[in-house]
Each structure stands twice: as C-alpha cells, then as structure tokens.
Design a protein. Structure first.
Length: 246
C-alpha cells in the first residue's frame, strides 16, 4: 500500500516535483519494515513488496523514483527486476547478502546505481538513497537538448533521452552516467576512477574495471559512431570525440 506523501524537508524532489517515492523490494518483512520506518523519517514516500512479481507490477504502474532491491527474491531472479527498472530509467540500489566483489560487479554491470551488502546500517541506506536521487535530479534541469558533432548525437538530460541521428538509444543508468559525464566537457579526458565518481558519486573498489564494460556496451548502442563519440586515450581513460554544437 502506498504511504501518503508528507511535506519534505530533507528528501530530494521526485520526478513530478513532489516527495520522492522509494519502492522497497525485500522478502524479509522485518528488514522491509525497518527500511520503511527510516525512509519515512527522512520524508520519503514508500511502497513495499516481498516478491519480484509484485515489484514488476509496481514498476509498470506506479513508477517510483528509486528502487531498493533485494536480489535474493523468493519467486524470480532479482536481476530480472533490476534489468526491467534499468530499462525504464529508474535508479536501483541493490540489497544482498552476497559479499563477493564479483557479485557486486555483476549487479553494477546489470544497471544498479549502488550496492549495499547485508547486514547494513539503515541510516547509511537512507544516505545512499539521497545521493542517488540527488545525482539523478541534477540530470533533470530545464535545459534544451544538447547537440554534438553537427547533430550526430543529441542528449536531453531533462528527459533522460539520447539519439544518434534520428535513432533513440536506450541506456542503462551506468551507460547514461558515462555518456553525460563525457558530454559535460567534450575533448576532456576522464580517467576510469573519475568516471566511477561521476557515475556513482563515490569511490568503489573493484568497479573501475567495469567502466570498460559500460563503454563497450555504450559504443555498441551508439552504432557506427560509437568509437568516435567515446574515444579511448591509451593509459589515461576516455573522452567525448565530438564537439558541442553552438
């Protein structure tokens, strides 16, 4: 059941300018209720679900601003829910008991914006929710579409959309973060660690190597212009290879 939206003093504004809604997907009721209490104290509206099927229904209808997702769901693979949320541009913070770096990297590569292993501090989770929502909020200012390379690439950060020529491209949150980071300063070289910070908002040990995977996937989606849009600078990192149109 959706919690009534209350006046917010700390929460970042959601997609409609109101209090953000967080969908908590967790099969353990005690953890679900604990997260709800802490999120409500921070002035977020909360939806909750104990199954992946119900979470997919919420994502298809209520369109929350962010998902706290337990990857170990009882009915379906949590990575399926993660992939669906990433495909429609909803940020995800993954919750899991899996502590191996490989498992964390897998979740981030699948489109998670952040990752928290159990047991966790609920205060830290609330802070991470605010950080992720804050990063996404900065991508929605009232800007016109930016154009690069005489219109070969267009990016609308307000609508979270990108086009190559007339073709719209669907990007995961991580791919979107890499593209918009490079587009913020065409020609400037961004190191892998800097891209991690720009995409995630903080250092994450072991994540730098996944930037290469995100770049590979991003180039594939950009098509023939992929290697031109995202150029490799050997030994240094990546840069936007197109000039911003005036």
């Amino acid at each position: 059941m959706e919690i009534p939206v209350r006046a917010a003093s700390r929460a970042v504004a959601g997609q409609d300018g109101q209090v953000p809604t967080v969908l908590v997907v967790e099969d353990e009721r005690d953890i679900r209720d604990l997260l709800r209490r802490y999120l409500e104290r921070a002035d977020y509206a909360v939806l909750s679900s104990g199954t992946g099927a119900e979470a997919l229904a919420y994502l298809g209808s209520d369109a929350p601003d962010l998902v706290l997702l337990d990857l170990g769901l009882p009915d379906i693979d949590g990575f399926e829910v993660l992939a669906f949320a990433a495909a429609i541009g909803i940020p995800v913070i993954a919750l899991t008991a899996r502590s191996a770096v490989e498992d964390r990297i897998r979740g981030l590569e699948r489109g998670a914006d952040d990752y928290v292993t159990k047991p966790f501090s609920p205060q830290e989770v609330v802070l991470r929710v605010g950080a992720v929502l804050g990063r996404h909020a900065t991508e929605r200012p009232g800007q016109e579409t930016q154009s690069f390379g005489d219109g070969r690439l267009r990016i609308d950060t307000r609508r979270h959309e990108a086009w190559v020529g007339s073709r719209a491209i669907g990007l995961t949150p991580s791919e979107w973060g890499v593209l918009t980071a490079l587009a913020s300063a065409p020609g400037r070289v961004f190191s892998r660690s800097e891209l991690v910070n720009r995409v995630r908002g903080y250092e994450f040990s072991g994540y730098e190597r996944t930037i290469d995977s995100h770049v590979k996937n991003l180039r594939h989606k950009l098509g023939a212009d992929g290697a031109t849009v995202v150029e490799t600078v050997l030994g240094m990192g990546y840069r936007m290879g197109l000039d911003r149109d005036t």
